[in-house]
Design a protein. Structure first.
Length: 501
């Protein structure tokens, strides 16, 4: 069974002067020598080093106190999540799944071997509690692919103890710098090993080129969303907070980009890909919709006076939510391992590498990009105004839901346009987000009422009172009525603000 550890550390260049005395750093009462550990790690990656390109490391290490398989994902500068699995001859499936969005069908190969002599010291407080571990690592790196270069260096690594105060790292940093020690230029040992053992200099990636044309700007936004989908995949598999929602949003943003900028990217090519993104967003949304409804209905029950809560309403709501979550979770993991999903990722890579650019893609970006955003906004306008003309009921509910979806699309188009259009696009993003939230409140009410009717029927069949479900249904209906009543004035303000685009 794998376990996850949040790793907060800093790395420094080291010369023959070694480690300066850290006794006396604020909070450090003593420095205890823990001896030298001999570590032998083999790092695995694809032949084209896809993991390294994403600053992800996968290694099998012997020696030290944590021998085994280690998979590290970057969280922030100097912060990584390390997922550990027991030492085995082959990569555990649990870790293989977490790199699948990047590796796909490619083989994982041993790419670098690092052998390190680690001279370890523990920094303790006055009570003998561990504050941080400091080590001086003498490293020998050997590339296992290509012509097999080698490199050697010594570095200092400072790792904060679990639950430690990150401010301690700043205090240690100050002491090290005062002694002439400087931060490492490499983010990790693997990054340094790959750089120093490479057979030749790597060419600058085309993705680093500054966007110039309309096509450049649209592709830059699309690439960011593709990267987000791939990067969020492991977090979704681990069921980390907000990961499913974030991946769903990236999927929708990318689909909207293909739809909105049809004069720049050929929709004959992108529409089939957009259909697959819609499928993926739908699969990601199954559990997210349950989560939103559960939070909404649980809060609503809390607002009902206790003497009006009849029967096991909360228990039935929890039971419904748990059953829905269990089924959706298993289904989603199956989707992420499916051939259809992995093919979609390959298709996105190919499309972004060789985009179906139309004539407008080669033009200066302002006019084509602004035109696309204005076109989307006009669609939103027509839908909102049509909905306002309808009588309250199902038809209006559907029309407002369609307006909400188009508001999202316009918001994402405006996001892509911000580097080009500046403040007017930023204003449009804020306006569409506000409209999306307002209409989202209405749609959530529609979905909540549907769920309440189902729960009420189940409760009635079980011989329970349906009284409380009726109260909740009425309150949800009144929420929707308020949104509909306020919409005309709210929309008028948005239309006035959109004139600058």
């Amino acid at each position: 069974m794998a376990e996850t550890k949040r790793e907060i550390e800093r790395k420094y260049e080291s010369d023959e002067s070694g480690l300066p005395d850290l006794t006396g750093v604020a909070g450090v009462a003593s420095v205890v020598d823990k001896g030298i550990a001999h570590l032998d790690a083999t790092y695995h990656d694809t032949a084209d080093e896809r993991l390294a390109a994403s600053s992800v490391t996968l290694r099998r290490r012997t020696g030290g106190s944590d021998a085994g398989w280690h998979l590290k994902f970057p969280i922030a500068p100097g912060v990584r999540d390390e997922i550990r699995a027991p030492l085995t001859d082959t990569l555990p499936e649990e870790l293989a799944a977490l790199v699948r969005s990047r590796v796909r069908d490619s083989e994982l190969l041993p790419v670098v071997r690092l052998r390190s002599d680690r001279d370890v010291r523990h920094l303790l407080d006055a009570a003998g509690r561990l504050l941080a571990e400091v080590s001086v690592d003498t490293v020998h790196a050997e590339r296992l692919t290509g012509r097999g270069g080698e490199a050697q260096w010594t570095e200092i690594e400072v790792e904060l103890a679990d639950g430690g105060d990150p401010a301690l790292l700043d205090k240690i940093d100050k002491r090290l710098r005062k002694a002439g020690v400087r931060p490492s230029a490499s983010s990790s040992k693997l990054a340094r090993a790959l750089a120093e053992t490479a057979p030749g200099k790597r060419r600058r990636s085309t993705r680093d080129r500054k966007p110039v044309t309309a096509g450049d700007h649209v592709l830059a936004y699309a690439r960011t969303q593709r990267d987000a989908i791939v990067a969020l995949d492991p977090a979704v598999r681990r069921d980390t907070e907000d990961s499913v929602h974030s991946m769903r949003v990236a999927t929708r943003r990318l689909r909207s980009t293909f739809k909105s900028f049809g004069t720049i990217l050929d929709r004959a090519v992108t529409d089939p890909v957009a259909d697959e993104l819609k499928w993926l967003a739908g699969e990601l949304g199954r559990d997210r919709d349950r989560e939103v409804l559960t939070e909404r209905l649980t809060s609503a029950v809390d607002e009902v006076p206790a003497d009006l809560v009849r029967g096991p309403v909360v228990e039935r709501l929890r039971s419904w939510s748990s059953a829905e979550h269990s089924g959706a979770r298993g289904r989603l993991l199956g989707v992420l391992d499916s051939r259809r999903y992995l093919t979609l990722l390959d298709t996105l890579d190919a499309l972004i590498a060789d985009p179906p650019l139309l004539k407008a893609a080669g033009k200066a970006p302002r006019n084509p990009v602004a035109k696309a955003v204005r076109k989307d906004f006009r669609k939103v306008s027509r839908l909102v105004e049509r909905a306002a003309e309808l009588e309250p009921g199902t038809d209006r509910d559907v029309a407002l839901h369609e307006a909400r979806k188009k508001a999202k699309r316009t918001r994402y188009a405006a996001e892509a346009a911000e580097p080009v259009l500046g403040k007017p696009a930023k204003t449009m993003v804020k306006s569409m987000k506000a409209l999306q939230n307002r209409l989202g409140e209405h749609q959530d009410s529609v979905m909540a009422r549907h769920t309440l009717r189902e729960l009420s029927a189940v409760a009635h069949a079980a011989g329970e009172s349906a009284f409380t479900y009726g109260i909740l249904h009425e309150r949800e209906e009144q929420r929707a009525v308020r949104v509909e009543a306020e919409l005309p004035g709210f929309w008028a303000g948005i239309k006035d603000g959109a004139a600058a685009l």
